[in-house]
Ligand binder design. Structure first.
Ligand code: PHB
Length: 372
């Protein structure tokens, strides 16, 4: 997205992607877009498919206390929305737009090292070197860019959770129209979707669990137990085509800049997946960065580049707050006592059962402004 935005400002960039195009195209990952991301896609000419094939979310159906509690975004927040549009489809929209515009994406090109970040950056990738004015470190939590910032400069905040999610992709139509969260006293589960025929499901599990411990029978039996209601409506089962365990953490590295290196997205911060904020936060970062780079090239003004880290982090800490709060209140912790469990339930009741709570949830879920 950064490369696409820069192109629209007349600024040249090269995208170095460590994986193959096929891998990026097929790997199912996040799926929810904030309203602002959908609008950005439309404004920048890559919104056709999301408009035609994306699924507009009505809200989220929280199940606790044996009942459904639907938080409807539009009603709660004056017309706001979020969309289900799979990340790999968004990446495909972007890759197609970049390639059609003559942009350069170098696939299967892992970066070996970075140098000269203070003044004249050089990126070593494969047998090649790339000299550039700026490096955007959009290479994820395990990428090389954050590690290129001296340890004396970087402050890390790390907050791991004592559980993870087993993510499951099934060939089955979603059983309910709304993304559904099972927040019963046991462990958490979620039914989401990727397309009208593909259900995306999550089950809370130990952080170091192995997907091999989860047979298809066990997956369905746990999902039925954790998600269903006494009225007997039931999940649709289907062939499981993908399953994997992800541990959870909240993590922020500050500052998001060192010399001519600017970090964006997971390279600088991680959220637990509960709030669907990973992709959306990366998008917010690169919008700020694209504008700052445009100011640099068009007007020779570096004020926005100087402020980039502060601007991006101000929003990001609000997103960390939301994602961490949600994650803390919908999961069962190994050591949850009865008092804490009642407080978790009270948090859910306030969120879904009061106008203020619904509004706050809907505003955060559908996306805070890029600059807060
Ligand atoms: C997902 O479909 O991956 C998803 C949906 C809603 C969330 C988190 C993840 O809150």
């Amino acid at each position: 997205m950064l490369s696409h935005l820069l192109h629209l400002e007349g600024i040249e960039s090269v995208v170095l992607e460590s994986r193959s195009r096929a891998y990026v195209r097929e790997r199912v990952r996040a799926g929810v877009l904030e309203q602002g991301v959908v609008e950005l896609m439309r404004e920048t000419g890559i919104g056709d498919r999301v408009s035609r094939q994306g699924i507009r979310m009505r809200g989220i159906d929280f199940r606790f206390g044996g009942e459904p509690h639907l938080v409807e975004f539009s009603a709660a927040s004056g017309g706001r929305y979020a969309m289900v549009w799979p990340q790999h489809e968004l990446v495909e929209d972007l890759a197609n737009a970049r390639l059609a515009a003559g942009g350069e994406i170098v696939y299967e090109s892992p970066v070996a090292s970075l140098e000269g970040l203070e003044a004249k950056p050089v990126i070593h990738h494969g047998k090649n070197q790339l000299q550039c004015d700026f490096v955007a470190g959009c290479d994820g939590f395990h990428g090389i860019c954050r590690g290129a910032i001296p340890r004396s400069v970087l402050k890390e905040h790390d907050h791991p959770f004592p559980f993870g999610w087993l993510g499951v992709l099934a060939e089955a139509p979603p059983a309910w129209p709304d993304i559904t969260w099972g927040c019963h006293p046991g462990e958490f589960a979620m039914m989401s979707m990727r397309t009208p025929t593909m259900t995306r499901l999550y089950l809370q599990c130990p952080p170091d669990d192995d997907a091999a411990n989860w047979s298809d029978d066990r997956i369905w039996s746990e999902l039925h137990q954790r998600l269903e209601l006494p009225d007997g409506t039931t999940l649709n089962e289907g062939r499981i085509v993908q399953k994997g365990v992800a541990a959870m953490r909240s993590y922020v590295a500050e500052p998001m800049r060192y010399g001519r290196l600017f970090l964006a997205g997971d390279a600088a911060h991680i959220v637990p997946p509960t709030g669907a904020k990973g992709l959306n936060s990366a998008m917010a970062d690169v919008r700020v960065l694209a504008r700052a780079l445009a100011e640099h090239y068009k007007r020779g003004n570096d004020a926005l580049l100087e402020q980039y880290s502060d601007t991006a982090l101000r929003r990001m800490w609000l997103v960390e707050r939301f994602a961490t709060w949600l994650c803390t209140n919908v999961h069962r912790f190994p050591d949850t006592d009865a008092f804490t469990r009642r407080l978790q339930l009270a948090e859910l009741q306030y969120m879904a059962g009061t106008e203020t709570g619904r509004r706050s949830f809907a505003e955060n879920f559908t996306g805070l402004p890029v600059e807060v």
